[in-house]
Design a protein around this ligand. Structure first.
Ligand code: 3H9
Length: 687
């Protein structure tokens, strides 16, 4: 067994280094090693103090997430944490990279904490549907007070070393790149100054003050009710922090662990842990090994400075990659550049960007009307209107302009990438990079692999996606690729349910209660009904509403009526238009149970997902989950449609689809794969 930790002496100070790549997760071996070495240091009379550091890129990413849901193996992290805190010798955590979850909890049990400026510290368990189970909810309030602890732990976002110092989580900021040296110096100073063993569990001032204002918890619950809706972990975190304030330390710790175990056993944590690993697995392409050479991407060209093109360009500017953006008319170019600047200015106002960074990013942007200016780009992304002849024309021109070996990418959301590639002499260097709108915000990037796309081009796209902060999911070529194609199934059913006598409100409520931020009709009203289906001549409910002057929120009415404050109310006028449309189409009216509504809206998404899988468009069921969570904000606590379907039971999905097939015809036929799995008692997760 390789050693996952080592203890070195620097005079009377020992440096205990955890070395368990890739992220120093606190698995069984590491927990055992920590116990062993702390005991050794404790027993060694020459050692006065211990520095706890980590090797590699990062301090510790916390508990080993892959151990959750499996039989528990002692010693647990709580025991290790106590052992550290109880030490009779000063222990100082020396933090670089990230100290997350259990990693930060270990650091909180050390008596002092020093971190380099680039370090980030956080308790992100909430993102896994969990709470910090090794004392984090009990110790953090003792350092920063309950109010800030509530925000810090339910929010889950890590903070910088300097913010952590201001908050009182970190005691000292070290020199970047010289952590152990700074830590040694700091420890010597502590020893020379006779610093006490400062155990966080014994710090009572903050929580004594919090005890005077017990109402702060209900206030916090109220003001975050919407954000916490449908999720179990935030409420458990609030309860644990309430316990920290109300109970003696040991009892609070026991309550925290009880709440942790409850969450860990629940379906939401399983779903969110599934989503965590699914996201990381999605960037691995089965036949493109990790050591496949990647092509350099030093300069990017973007064709089209519309909403998509501008958003795409921002992703590269954000990470320091120069972008040449091309338009056909100066006015469009100016408008595109102004929009990019405006977006950055919003970030500046929100304090998310400095004025200097804004100008640096803008200085990397080169605007041009000449495609020829893209000749030196390593990657060119086309983001123009969805028309095959137009795209083919542009790709033929790009092929002539671009240097040999440059990658040509299309942002098409549904057109046949192979047909686009055939317009060039380099189909092996053509790929789809399908960004989701707004392209500078939404995390999903569908990487579309054509029949001829070369493996190094696929490898480059997957790696580049991560560099620009996107989550890549590989898709084959089909109409709509993965996310849009699967989601279309929901849209079609929502439209049909509307005509079968369900109100927009009933449909939206079902989707909202499932955990989405908004139902489809409220979303349409927000976007504007005049924008929807603008390119189609087919009569639709949306078009009938527009014809009646109901454009959505902006005109005071769409599927709903809106008051001055833009609050939605069910609309009799809209219902009349919907009923008239149903009568014109001859659609029979009926009623639905609550359960039936969710099934009819979402089981077809699962069925489409199964077809996507059986056609080989997606590599794995979990990739579909990632695409829906990252592209459509599918509620992460369900694990995505395929994970959710496994939990619902595949025979039930088949049953819904058979009923829909009888009503709507062949398009609703249950997928062969779905039926096979259901009949053999298997799941998507077993594939
Ligand atoms: C916890 O601590 C509970 C306690 O409170 C209570 C216990 C009683 N475990 O993301 P990357 C793997 S809950 C196991 O690609 P990056 C990851 O799967 C934990 N594995 O790198 C990947 O594997 P592979 C709370 C982990 O540089 C590889 O490491 N902590 C863990 O982009 C590289 O990861 C968190 O929620 C883990 N804890 O980002 C932090 N973490 O190569 C979770 C990572 O096979 N982790 N792996 O695909 C992160 O946020 C990011 O991984 C991190 C690095 C920021 C650390």
């Amino acid at each position: 067994m390789t050693e996952v930790a080592k203890l070195e002496k620097h005079g009377s100070i020992a440096v205990l280094t955890i070395d368990s790549p890739p992220v120093n997760a606190l698995g069984l071996d590491v927990r055992r090693a920590l116990l062993k070495y702390i005991s050794m240091a404790e027993a060694d009379p020459e050692i006065e103090a211990v520095i706890l550091a980590c090797a590699g890129q990062t301090f510790s990413a916390g508990a080993d997430i892959s151990e959750f849901g499996k039989p528990f193996q002692a010693p647990d992290l709580g025991v290790v944490c106590r052992h550290i805190e109880n030490s009779s010798k000063i222990i100082v955590a020396a933090i670089h990279g990230t100290a997350l979850g259990g990693g930060l909890e270990v650091a909180l049990c050390c008596h002092y904490r020093i971190a380099v400026p680039s370090a980030r510290l956080g308790l992100p368990e909430v993102a896994l549907g969990l709470l910090p189970g090794a004392g984090g909810t009990q110790r953090i309030p003792r350092l920063i007070g309950a109010r800030k602890a509530l925000e810090f732990i339910t929010g889950g976002a890590p903070v910088s070393a300097s913010a952590a110092r201001e908050m009182g989580i970190v005691d000292e900021v070290a020199d970047e790149g010289a952590l152990v040296g700074s830590a040694l110096e700091y420890v010597r100073k502590l020893i020379a100054g006779g610093a006490p063993l400062r155990r966080v569990r014994d710090l009572e001032d903050r929580i004594a003050a919090d005890r005077q204002q017990p109402e702060l918890f209900d206030e916090f619950r109220r003001s975050n009710a919407r954000a916490f809706r449908g999720k179990d972990a935030p409420e458990s975190i609030v309860k644990a922090i309430e316990a920290a304030v109300a109970l003696p330390f040991e009892e609070g710790l026991a309550r925290e662990f009880e709440l942790f175990v409850e969450l860990e056993k629940g379906l939401q944590a399983k779903a969110q842990i599934h989503a965590f690993f699914a996201e990381r697995t999605a960037s691995k392409v089965k036949d493109v090994p990790g050591d496949t050479p990647v092509l350099p991407v030093r300069t990017v060209g973007v064709v089209g400075a519309g909403t998509m093109g501008g958003g795409i360009a921002m992703n590269f500017l954000n990470v320091g990659i120069p972008v040449h953006i091309v338009e056909t008319a100066q006015a469009n170019l100016d408008r595109g550049i102004a929009t990019i600047r405006k977006n950055y200015e919003i970030s500046l106002k929100r304090g998310k960007l400095t004025a200097e960074a804004l100008e640096r990013r803008m200085s990397l942007l080169h605007a041009t009307l000449d495609l020829g200016d893209l000749r030196d780009c390593d990657l060119i992304i086309e983001a123009v209107f969805e028309s095959m002849p137009l795209k083919q024309e542009i790709f033929a021109k790009l092929d002539a302009v671009a240097r040999d070996g440059a990658i040509l990418a299309s942002n098409t959301s549904f057109l046949d990438l192979n047909q686009i590639a055939r317009a060039t002499s380099r189909p092996d260097h053509v790929i789809g990079l399908h960004f989701f709108s707004p392209a500078n915000v939404m995390p999903l990037l569908e990487v579309v692999r054509g029949d001829a796309t070369a493996k190094p081009v696929v490898a480059t796209a997957m790696k580049l996606a991560r560099k620009i902060g996107k989550v890549p999911v590989l898709s084959g070529v089909c109409d709509g690729f993965i996310a849009n194609r699967a989601m279309r199934a929901r849209t079609e059913q929502a439209d049909l349910l509307l005509l079968q006598n369900l109100s927009p409100d009933a449909i939206d409520a079902a989707i909202y209660d499932y955990g989405f931020a908004m139902g489809p009709f409220r979303m349409l009203d927000l976007v504007g009904l005049d924008v929807i289906g603008r390119d189609s001549t087919e009569r639709s409910v949306a078009k009938d509403l527009v014809a009646a002057g109901r454009m959505g929120q902006k005109s005071g009415g769409g599927y709903y009526d809106y008051d001055e404050a833009r609050a939605a109310r069910p609309s009799e006028a809209a219902l009349d238009i919907i009923r008239a449309h149903a009568a014109w189409k001859g659609i029979a009216q009926r009623s639905f149970s609550q359960e039936e509504i969710v099934a009819r809206l979402l089981h077809p998404v699962v069925n489409e997902g199964a077809k996507i899988l059986e056609e080989g468009i997606a590599m794995r069921a979990s990739d579909i989950d990632v695409a829906m969570i990252k592209g459509y904000n599918w509620p992460v606590q369900t694990g995505g449609p395929m994970f959710w379907a496994d939990a619902v039971g595949l025979p039930r999905i088949v049953e819904t689809m058979k009923a829909l097939e009888a009503e709507q015809g062949e398009a609703m036929r249950p997928s062969r794969l779905l039926v096979e799995l259901a009949e053999s008692g298997r799941t998507f997760g077993s594939l």
